[in-house]
Design a protein around this ligand. Structure first.
Ligand SMILES: Cc1cc2nc3c(=O)[nH]c(=O)nc-3n(C[C@H](O)[C@H](O)[C@H](O)COP(=O)(O)OP(=O)(O)OC[C@H]3O[C@@H](n4cnc5c(N)ncnc54)[C@H](O)[C@@H]3O)c2cc1C
Length: 318
């Protein structure tokens, strides 16, 4: 069986590996330069920032076995410190019973998709704009496939479905946008009992800040800040410089004036960051489908769930 997969994020790569192990011929099309999607790492001037998924808490799901037992583990490290909650930038310990084992990769979370992509026929910098039917199968570009798996965020998948004049019950999957600001410093950051702080109420403009150099101690002093739903909506069009200056205020408020001006910075604008609500995998993909929709829009906005959706897609086909 020949399977074309749109998207080399965690779900597309999970499907690709599983299908390949079951004997299928797989081609993964990816519009970016490399694999990973929202499991992304930016690097600049010696700083390493995870600007998508910060870490992975596999919660006993299939990806845990793979990460711990099958993929190389030399870069894999447990995140030792917990996530604290913050109210108006005052951090306090959360409920320790809710703390789950969490991992990251020393040199960036996108080590995980790079490892998953090893041995996969991936075509980078190929944005699929149209899929057509060809007999019992499908055609992408000049290539014929017996089946297709779509793994982009649901609004992007919907655009591809239109080109096929195909509809699926996916309207319940809705994503929030997120502004994510990466800041690096010349001076080591103060010691903290946490690796990240979170305002789950989204009242404060800064919902999340992870300290990259606490999460992975070999990294240079750096933080990644994710802004609230409201802030991200209101400031989406702001320039990177405006965002960096504005958001540096919060780091200064936490750590002092030394951190008012970062030595390096980067801004990520995630239009489809994570789903607030999802569609149901089984309803979207009825038995016998040769066009499968996977990804976090039909599971949940976390890596281990996206991975599982890719496995489910593969198992529907083989
Ligand atoms: C800021 C942020 C923080 C997060 N933090 C965490 C966390 O700490 N822990 C956690 O578990 N999860 C976290 N998540 C969620 C997690 O990153 C996602 O749920 C997961 O990566 C989704 O994987 P996916 O394969 O479903 O989609 P994606 O990663 O989006 O992969 C889809 C791929 O399809 C490609 N694509 C799209 N359209 C096309 C096209 N037409 N042609 C070709 N290629 C196309 C895209 O470039 C992309 O690579 C976070 C997400 C964000 C944005």
């Amino acid at each position: 069986m020949r399977v074309g997969i749109v998207g080399a994020g965690i779900s597309g790569l999970a499907a690709a590996r599983d299908l390949q192990q079951r004997g299928a011929k797989v081609v993964v099309f990816e519009k970016s330069r490399g694999p990973g999607g929202r499991c992304s790492t930016r690097r600049s001037n010696g700083f390493v920032w995870d600007t998508g998924a910060t870490s992975i808490a596999p919660r006993g799901k299939a990806i845990e076995r793979l990460m711990l037992n099958e993929l190389p583990t030399d870069e894999l490290i447990p995140v030792e410190k917990p996530i604290y909650l913050h109210r108006n930038l005052i951090p306090e310990a959360g409920d320790p019973s809710r703390t789950v084992p969490r991992y990251t990769y020393r040199n960036g979370m996108n080590t995980l998709p790079k490892l998953l992509a090893d041995g996969i026929d991936m075509r980078p910098e190929v944005e699929i704009e149209r899929i057509s039917r060809a007999g019992e199968g499908y055609r992408i570009g000049g290539m014929h496939f017996d089946a297709i798996i779509l793994t982009a965020p649901i609004p992007q998948t919907a655009a591809l479905l239109w080109t096929l004049d195909e509809s699926r019950p996916i309207a319940s999957a809705r994503y929030r946008s997120n502004l994510c600001i990466a800041l690096g410093y010349d001076t080591p950051l103060p010691e903290t009992p946490y690796f990240a702080i979170l305002d789950p109420t989204q009242v404060h403009p800064m919902t999340w800040m992870s300290i990259e150099s606490v999460k992975a101690p070999e990294r240079a002093p750096a933080v990644v800040v994710q802004m609230s739903r409201q802030y991200s909506f209101d400031h989406y069009a702001d320039s990177p410089n405006e965002l960096i200056v504005d958001i540096s205020r919060y780091v200064e408020a936490l750590f002092g004036a030394t951190y008012r001006v970062p030595a390096a910075a980067d801004v990520m604008k995630w239009k489809y960051a994570q789903p607030d609500t999802t569609a149901d995998f089984e309803t979207v993909n009825p038995p016998g489908s040769r066009l499968i929709i996977a990804g976090d829009g039909v599971s949940a906005g976390r890596l281990e769930e996206a991975f599982d959706s890719g496995l489910r897609a593969s198992q529907l086909l083989c």
